[in-house]
Design a protein around this ligand. Structure first.
Ligand code: BES
Ligand code: ZN
Ligand code: ZN
Length: 505
């Protein structure tokens, strides 16, 4: 997919379709239609304002004597937000997706009335939402006619106003970074959507190595005997019932100065979570091939930060396992010892994510990190608590958490904070070991998972992102598809971009 900026006059674009973003305002709207006719030197076949008023969620395809024009509603001008621009762009793109259109031109919304939002941000947002809206996972269809084929090969961003030419540099930068972030999110979606008979720990490791060869980062894969030597018995315990050996993936990007403390991103990589001996109900179990959404996000984040050339040192850690029931599987009541020496009573083998993260988070200490962020599809309770609208953030450092909340607001890959108060701590005490992997009472499931992780944190600022609610969807939204969404890629990449930008100033 190619996305380019065209600053010359619009009739030279030679696009097969044009997407214009329209406000819900009769006067502005009729002016816009007149402008379109003038710019494209065409006549729009009449459009009824009953069909289209520029309201949010409204899109309409109109034909001129020469072109196809898609009008996509932004709602009221005074209520404009960057997210409404993303959504209107995505809806416009989706409208042309099923037509045999190769080149589509998208209007850059030139509205600089949004506070703190530059033209580069608008262009980045529109680039990302276009790429996300075009995503589909269709590699396993053998009869290509049976599913939606996407013809769009090129998106041209343009402006109705020649004055935008003076922002060419900013627009190009928005397109470049937007393309990287959009494609990295789609990459995470692809990894997630792979079925678990294809995507198991060794396969994810192979894909990370292949990606490292293309990018400026290194990848080291620890195999089972190396994991044993290190004493990561959380990873080993969960993997015990699977035919697939666990892998511990270490990625290293050196964009900063030699002695800069690294940022560490950790991703839960459970390629299939059957629940193990504490087996899950069969309804909906297929979704648990997406239980490596955190790991997929870390891979996407690495793809993004290396291509964006961020001036930071970043380490990626992915403990990767499959959680299966078996004669050899670990069992409820077992006691295992994590990498940092703490003993864990496994009360429930389905609370496996926190066991592998315990090893990875305590292992992270060796890097003396500037900050550690973990991403995990950790608790069903987070879906109940907040629904698929945002991820949950918790941690031990309010400054870091606030920076992540800001990055969430910037990208709309949002987070909402839950507390890790001391009162919760005793709820994961065990009568036989240092800690228990599930709560004594069935309360505060998401927080207790966070409290569990907190026991394995070293001396570093830490934020835990429970992305269970956002990483997988049962139905599509404007620019998120059904199934894997790649949530966390835009969020953490933006956070790291913000950190990198601070160094420039
Ligand atoms: N992978 C699941 C969490 C999950 C559930 C993610 C639904 C996405 C959608 C996790 O390993 C799990 O099973 N957690 C248990 C923990 C419980 C046993 C303490 C849960 O949430 O029920
Ligand atoms: Zn589980
Ligand atoms: Zn899980």
């Amino acid at each position: 997919m190619k996305i380019i900026f065209e600053k010359t006059s619009i009739e030279k674009l030679k696009a097969q379709a044009y997407i214009f973003l329209c406000y819900q305002d009769k006067k502005l709207f009729s002016e816009e239609l007149r402008l379109i006719e003038e710019l494209l030197n065409c006549k729009i076949a009449s459009i009824s304002l009953e069909d289209f008023e520029g309201k949010e969620k409204q899109t309409v395809l109109v034909y001129t004597d020469k072109h196809r024009i898609i009008l996509s509603g932004l709602g009221l001008k005074e209520k404009l937000t960057l997210e409404k621009v993303r959504k209107a762009t995505a809806r416009g793109i989706k409208k042309v997706k099923s037509h045999k259109i190769k080149t589509v031109a998208v209007e850059i919304l030139q509205d600089l009335t949004l506070k703190g939002v530059e033209i580069e941000d608008i262009t980045r947002a529109q680039t990302i939402s276009s790429l996300l809206a075009l995503y589909s996972f269709d590699k396993y269809y053998t009869k290509k006619d049976d599913q939606e084929i996407h013809y769009i090969k090129e998106i041209i961003l343009f402006s109705q106003y020649n004055s935008l030419g003076k922002y060419a540099k900013e627009i190009q930068e928005g397109i470049r970074s937007g393309t990287v972030i959009g494609e990295s999110t789609n990459m995470a979606r692809d990894l997630g959507n792979e079925p678990s008979n294809v995507m198991f720990p060794a396969e994810l490791a192979k894909r990370v190595q292949a990606l490292a060869r293309l990018n400026k980062f290194s990848a080291q894969i620890l195999n089972k005997s190396q994991i044993e030597k290190l004493g990561m018995r959380g990873v080993l315990g969960v993997a015990q019932g699977s035919e697939h050996e666990p892998k511990f993936i270490i990625m290293e990007y050196k964009g900063g100065k030699k002695n800069d403390k690294p940022y560490v991103v950790v991703g839960k990589g459970v390629t299939f979570d059957s629940g193990g001996i504490s087996i899950k109900p069969s309804a909906g179990m297929a979704m648990m091939k997406l239980d490596m959404g955190g790991a997929a996000a870390v891979v996407g984040i690495f793809n993004a930060i290396t291509q964006l050339d961020l001036k930071l040192n970043v380490i990626g850690l992915i403990p990767c396992v499959e959680n299966m029931p078996d004669g050899k599987a670990f069992k409820p009541g077992d006691v295992i010892k994590a990498y940092n020496g703490l003993t864990i009573e496994v009360d429930n083998t389905d609370a496996e994510g926190r066991l592998i993260l315990a090893d990875a988070l305590s292992y992270a200490s060796k890097y003396k990190p500037a900050a550690v962020i973990d991403l995990a599809t950790l608790t069903g309770a987070s879906v109940i608590a907040i629904g698929s609208v945002a991820s949950i953030v918790m941690g031990n450092d309010q400054k870091l958490i606030d920076q992540i909340i800001t990055a969430g607001d910037q990208t709309y890959d949002r987070v909402w904070q839950l507390p890790l108060w001391d009162e919760y701590d005793k709820m994961i005490d065990s009568e036989i070991a240092d800690v228990r992997n599930s709560g004594v009472v069935k309360q505060a499931g998401t927080i207790l998972a966070g409290m569990f992780l907190k026991r394995f944190i070293g001396d570093y600022p830490w934020a835990h992102l429970d992305i269970a609610a956002t990483a997988m969807r049962s139905s599509e939204t404007d620019y998120d598809p059904k199934n894997a969404t790649g949530s966390g890629v835009r969020l953490v990449t933006q956070y790291l971009m913000n950190e990198s930008n601070k160094l420039k100033k």
